[in-house]
Ligand binder design. Structure first.
Ligand code: 2AM
Length: 179
């Protein structure tokens, strides 16, 4: 069988925002909340591709490189828990149009290339904890991180020595002018 890799398109968070989020997380949630996602793994998924071949990866990279879109500002000011997938997340209360357009484009390209896409609407989020088996108290509104998004990237999910790491394989700039 041809070798496959587990891939997804995502936005990387600025390093300082990753650090601020994990510091805030430590003050807001008790230790038993779940399995915390490591700072360097915090990201916002745009389109999940699943386990795909090198050929399909190449085709999807080519299509991603043809996307012409301006950058946008992202504000992270919402949080919640999904009981079905056992995660606690943060995300934007109002997703910018640029984010929705980018994710929809990548998801449509993925679907046309045969990568299953969930029929659920895109809900932009950054997973903070996994394996949250109990109800978690969500911090009240008031927290906020804001940053410019000027690129998106293709990541591989690598599981090694009991740990998952998201490795950036390729990235594309969004045009400099903000929308
Ligand atoms: P999650 O954080 O909500 O679990 C790498 O695994 C990234 O792809 C994560 O952001 C994860 O989202 C997302 N992901 C994993 N499996 C997925 C699936 N079946 N459908 C959509 N996104 C998925």
């Amino acid at each position: 069988m041809a070798e496959t890799r587990r891939l997804f398109f995502a936005l990387q968070l600025p390093k300082e925002v990753q650090q601020q989020i994990i510091q805030w997380r430590a003050t807001q949630f008790p230790e038993e909340t779940g399995r915390p996602v490591a700072a360097e793994n915090l990201h916002l998924t745009l389109a999940f591709l699943g386990d795909i071949s090198a050929e399909k990866q190449q085709a999807l990279s080519l299509l991603a490189g043809r996307i012409r879109q301006r950058g946008f500002t992202l504000t992270i000011d919402d949080a919640g828990q999904w009981v079905r997938s056992n995660v606690v997340w943060i995300g934007p209360r109002h997703a910018p149009l640029g984010l929705i357009q980018l994710a929809n484009m990548l998801r449509a390209q993925a679907a046309r290339s045969g990568c299953y896409q969930s029929p659920q609407p895109f809900h932009p989020h950054i997973t903070l904890y996994r394996n949250t088996t109990r109800a978690v108290a969500i911090p009240p509104p008031g927290f906020r991180w804001q940053f410019k998004v000027e690129a998106f990237a293709l990541y591989e999910s690598v599981f090694k020595q009991g740990r998952t790491r998201y490795q950036q394989l390729q990235s594309w700039s969004l045009s400099n002018k903000e929308e």
